[in-house]
Design a protein around this ligand. Structure first.
Ligand SMILES: C[S@@+](CC[C@H](N)C(=O)[O-])C[C@H]1O[C@@H](n2cnc3c(N)ncnc32)[C@H](O)[C@@H]1O
Length: 391
């Protein structure tokens, strides 16, 4: 670990044209991880991203792409290794696009995700987070919901390769729950489509749903209906903790559940709140939500940004927002700021768009807590729940 070398050229030297680096093999010193889990080095004043490399490593890598602001390189050899580097358990790691972090021990993955959120909030939102709790998951065999891709003109299934549309064939995957791995091994007739969704509650022998039918699962003692056609979280072992946290943070009374999906939070909120107002755009969620939501949940199927503009008059206790990766529309954020509500709970799977939105929301709401849920171990993804109170 002591072999530290000065790898950037001295400042008085004229910079080499970076296009001349293409296909060259370079020795690089990694000083950081990017938000999507790639090692970051510097070469000739430019950032170089290297998948599979870790901070405090010296690696040999081939430059594969040279752009105006950055370069990309393929890892060839680790010359000096990070003490937390481990052998990835999956032989497809590096080719398959599903995981990015299997080469880093799980406790350090959690640390990386904490830093990722702290940096995103500071850079995008001007927010300095104090204590930040992270709730860990089972690091493997956690994934209950998956979409396989079918190799052209065949019945073989796989995942997309990293940065490509090619299919990496899969017979077993260590992040999937045992029942989906068993399903992969068994023979079954597949729907005539390029992508095949599969959902399973997980344990050995549990049934797998690979069609469009509506089915139910039991979650925190309640029956929840869903289908492969609508959004649903994919880590059932951690989901009860996420739901409990959102319920704990909720001031009950009159609650709005925006971006409600099939009404996952509303299923639980309806028992402790006088009234819940759930808003969702995808009408496929409607027939599912009707199966598990009672009379005290008012359901609206419309884009949040349009609906919220017309519905500003009610006095609310809590508003929950759980938007897709892209975050919340700018007009909708202005409407949310004007809502007469005591508390706002923002659930997000993308700290960058969440921080961008919080920068606007913090003009009228004060951030209380931020809690991370590692819903996607071995990947760079993280779920963050931020609770805010009206100033
Ligand atoms: C991350 S999911 C959350 C769903 C739900 N809260 C859950 O936990 O299962 C985001 C949801 O927002 C919906 N959505 C996306 N854009 C929307 C919009 N502009 N207005 C309303 N709903 C939207 C999607 O259809 C999806 O169901």
């Amino acid at each position: 670990m002591s072999r530290r070398r000065k790898l950037s050229p001295p400042p008085f030297k004229t910079k080499t044209r970076t296009s001349s680096f293409l296909n060259k093999i370079e020795e690089l010193e990694i000083d950081n991880l990017s938000s999507n889990g790639r090692g970051v080095a510097r070469l000739n004043g430019k950032v170089v991203f290297i998948s599979g490399a870790l901070p405090r490593e010296i690696v040999k890598a081939r430059i594969t792409r040279v752009k105006k602001d950055f370069m990309e390189a393929d890892l060839i050899q680790v010359l000096q290794s990070n003490p937390h580097r481990i052998d990835p358990p999956c032989s497809r790691f590096g080719r398959c696009g599903g995981c990015q972090m299997q080469h880093l021990a799980y406790p350090q993955q959690l640390e990386f995700k904490k830093q990722r959120v702290i940096e995103a909030f500071a850079r995008q939102g001007g927010i300095v987070l104090g204590g930040l709790e992270i709730i860990a998951s089972e690091p493997f065999a956690y994934r209950n919901r998956v979409r396989f891709h079918r190799k052209k003109n065949s019945s073989m299934l796989g995942f997309r390769q990293a940065g490509s549309h090619e299919i990496e064939l899969i017979d077993q995957c260590p992040v999937l729950v045992p029942s989906i791995n068993q399903w992969l091994e068994s023979t079954h007739s597949l729907p005539n489509s390029e992508s095949i969704p599969v959902f399973s509650e997980g344990s050995d022998g549990a049934s797998c749903h690979s069609d469009d039918d509506v089915f139910s699962i039991t979650l925190n003692g309640k029956k929840v209906f869903l289908s492969n056609q609508v959004f649903f979280q994919s880590n059932l072992s951690l989901l009860p903790k996420l739901i409990d946290h959102v319920l704990d943070q909720t001031i009950p009374g009159l609650v709005m559940d925006l971006f409600a999906g099939i009404g996952l939070f509303s299923v639980f909120l309806q028992d402790q709140c006088q009234k819940v107002i759930a808003v969702e755009m995808n009408e496929s969620c409607q027939k599912i939500a009707d199966k598990h939501l009672g009379h005290n949940v008012e359901r609206y199927y419309a884009p949040v940004e349009e609906w919220i503009k017309q519905n500003q008059t009610t006095v609310l206790d809590t508003v929950i927002i759980d938007p897709p990766r892209e975050g919340v529309d700018a007009d909708a954020l202005e409407s949310i700021k004007r809502l007469n509500c005591k508390r706002l709970i923002y659930v997000s799977c993308n700290p960058i768009t969440q921080a961008r939105d919080l920068k606007i929301l913090k003009e009228t709401f004060k951030i209380n807590t931020a809690t991370l849920f590692d819903m996607f171990p071995q990947t760079h993804h993280i779920e963050t729940v931020v609770t805010m109170d009206k100033k």
